[in-house]
Design a protein around this ligand. Sequence first.
Ligand SMILES: *Cc1c(COP(=O)(O)O)cnc(C)c1O
Length: 412
Amino acid sequence: MTRNVQPMAVTRADFDAIMVPNYNPAAVIPVRGKGSRVWDQAGHEYVDFAGGIAVTALGHCHPRLVAALKDQADKIWHLSNVMTNEPALRLARKMCAATFAERVFFANSGAEANEAALKLARKYASDRHGDKKQRIVAFNQSFHGRTLFTVSVGGQPDKTKGFEPLPTAIDHVPFNDLPALERCMGDDVCAVIVEPVQGEGGIIPATPEFLKGVRKLCDAHGALLIFDEVQIGMGRSGHLYAYMGYGVTPDILTSAKALGCGFPIAAMLTTAKVAASFTYGSHGSTFGGNPLACAVAEAAFDLISDPDLLAGVRSRHERLIAGLKPLVERYDLLADVRGSGLLLGLVMSPAWHGRGREVLNTAIDNGLLVLTAGKTIIRLAPALNIPEADIAEGLKRLDATLAQCQEKARKS
Ligand SMILES: *Cc1c(COP(=O)(O)O)cnc(C)c1O
């Protein structure tokens, strides 16, 4: 017999008692969201400049996404890849129509999409050159995920410490440094993987000349070019994918965070020629291409590929920069603001390096959700459709946050 019971009450303290301690979540627990506002257990309201780390790109509980999920929930939830499904094929067709891609592989997370991309690049080279072309070149500070392969390809050595032995034939060179890449390239390189805008590494856009040069060097050495657009893709740069704004086309592109706007899904996009190396049985994923995920992502893709929405990202960028520049002037805590579209980084001055968490917690006290990136950056990744009123209110709360942080520091 089923009994109608209240869900068990939980608190932040339970996290420390029952969860693996690889995260250190904030003191409050959000329970509800609508658009760019979020409410916690106690009913306190927050302006969301974090977007679940660049994930909830259309805000919380967008009616079209909720409808797509509910509609699919009444049809079919899961089939496995022994069958195909309509939502996956519809989404893949739209992604191919809107991008350079001719083939799509679905996964569940950014790391898995990158894992697929790196494996495909190795396999493509192996099919043509045997064991003579296995080296992967990536960039310092880059972030590509947390599987052992993707974290090893990432350019943050602190994240692989203790997990050795690591995959081999991976080199790292400084980002935005074409001569360094040129020195590192060779005919044994199967792929170069790059974030067009580094996210976790500190919100650092690639220069157009750099990406154009990377493309040329890949072509000269017969290496595939992989763009990791897990964070900057799906409209965040003000273009559907950042490569479109740069005018540099990769051979493989990965998309995840905002693809399902909060429903877990990722995709690896590529050409028919490259895709051919993933022959039947060579790679797979139980949940990849799940109908619920693909139905939500199809609705998200329709909304985000709308030119008006993308133009809105570019105007919101201008609006935010205009609001943030005076804060950089006013507060010693901040040294600069940079970024692309609605992925923005407030660079902290040296005295504040490593203290981003203080700012984040003070922001929460002021009813504002923000993020950090590395030890030096306060990161903003609001929804792409964030209303003007929420931008204005968020900036006001950020102003108050920075004032309090500096006041506390002055007193201590
Ligand atoms: C977040 C991120 C990833 C990893 O995605 P997960 O879904 O956490 O596996 C990979 N690359 C970039 C650029 C990211 O920002």
